[in-house]
Ligand binder design. Structure first.
Ligand SMILES: Nc1nc2c(ncn2[C@@H]2O[C@H](COP(=O)(O)OP(=O)(O)O)[C@@H](O)[C@H]2O)c(=O)[nH]1
Ligand SMILES: [Mg+2]
Length: 302
């Protein structure tokens, strides 16, 4: 068990390596050679470069300024930096509790952010916990999207409810709810479309999916999980606002932290949206999804 936890932490650390370097790479040398103000200025720049955002970067640097009195204890800056980031992230650490059966998760997000991949990872995780999982192919726009979900279903060993390409997503969700009740599924995960260039249509479609789910199963969907791609930067915040207004987002999965130096975006996401961060994605593999833990995240980052 300990070995597994340790392996999990190591993969998180590896996933955050680029963002770690973006924040700390340029400031290490300033710890010894520069004055306190020069150091803090460099740090602020690095934070902004890694997408922490101007407001949060200023706040973090201000809190360090009050603690690094006399600049004799520059070596402690990591500890203070960790504390400042932890204070922001701990507010959104609320793991997803799957406390009903069936528990319905509706997965939202624009094309390419990693919705289907995240669904596959979640299916595998919940199956491994001994729950019966069912997937619903609600992104009916492209045949490839349906096939991709079926591939993940096979890997996780769970059934996929689908219709033909171009079918009505509401009808897919209707079928899925019926099948879930009939077969006693514990977890149902709904994939959805993400073509934001037809924004009005997309939002109407998502509202309908939401409506059908709750009509067929009161209380569903129990989680509206928005997937955000960490490498898209500040745009992620705008996406969250749009989906939140449309259907109400109850949790966030932040993906692709492994491929970007802009993972600092998690800080403004936490600070401005105040929506629980449930999961972080650190790779394309089936095991590359971690439950978000603020302490581990900060340890791995700084
Ligand atoms: N490196 C990396 N790639 C990811 C991650 N999550 C998803 N991807 C990749 O992002 C691409 C789009 O993912 P997909 O699930 O199809 O996105 P969707 O359009 O939102 O369903 C695929 O190539 C995935 O393998 C992640 O955490 N890390
Ligand atoms: Mg997809």
């Amino acid at each position: 068990m300990f070995k597994r936890l340790k392996a999990g932490f190591e993969s998180l650390k590896a996933g955050l390596a680029r963002t770690h370097n973006a924040i700390l790479g340029g400031v290490e040398s300033a710890v010894t050679g520069a004055s306190r103000e020069e150091f803090l200025e460099k740090l602020e720049e690095s934070l902004i470069t890694s997408d922490v955002g101007i407001k949060a970067s200023t706040e973090i640097v201000d809190s360090l300024r009050t603690k690094l009195v006399g600049w004799g204890n520059g070596e402690k800056f990591r500890e203070y930096l960790r504390d400042a980031i932890y204070d922001i992230l701990k507010e959104v650490e609320k793991p997803l509790e799957v406390d009903k059966s069936p528990f319905v998760i509706m997965v939202l997000g624009v094309n390419g952010v990693g919705k289907t991949t995240t669904i596959g990872k979640l299916a595998s995780r919940y199956s491994a916990e001994g729950r019966s999982v069912m997937l619903a192919a609600g992104d009916t726009f492209r045949a490839a999207a349906i096939e991709q979900l079926e591939g993940w279903g096979k890997r996780a060993g769970c059934p996929v409810v689908r219709q033909e390409q171009g079918g009505d997503p509401g009808a897919v969700v209707f079928d899925a709810m019926k099948a879930a009740r009939a077969r006693g599924a514990d977890v149902v995960i709904l994939d959805t479309a993400g073509r934001l260039h037809t924004k009005v249509n997309l939002i109407e479609e998502l509202k309908k999916v939401n409506r059908v789910a709750s009509r067929e199963l009161p209380g569903a969907p129990h989680e509206k999980l928005l997937v955000l791609d960490a490498s898209t930067g500040q745009n992620a915040i705008n996406q969250a606002r749009i989906f939140n207004e449309a259907v109400g987002v109850t949790g966030i999965a932040l993906t692709k932290l492994d491929g970007t130096a802009r993972g600092g975006i998690i800080i403004p996401i936490a600070r401005e949206l105040k929506i629980p961060i449930r999961f972080v994605g650190v790779g394309e593999g089936i095991d590359d999804l971690r439950e978000f833990n603020a302490r581990d995240f900060v340890e791995a980052l700084v």
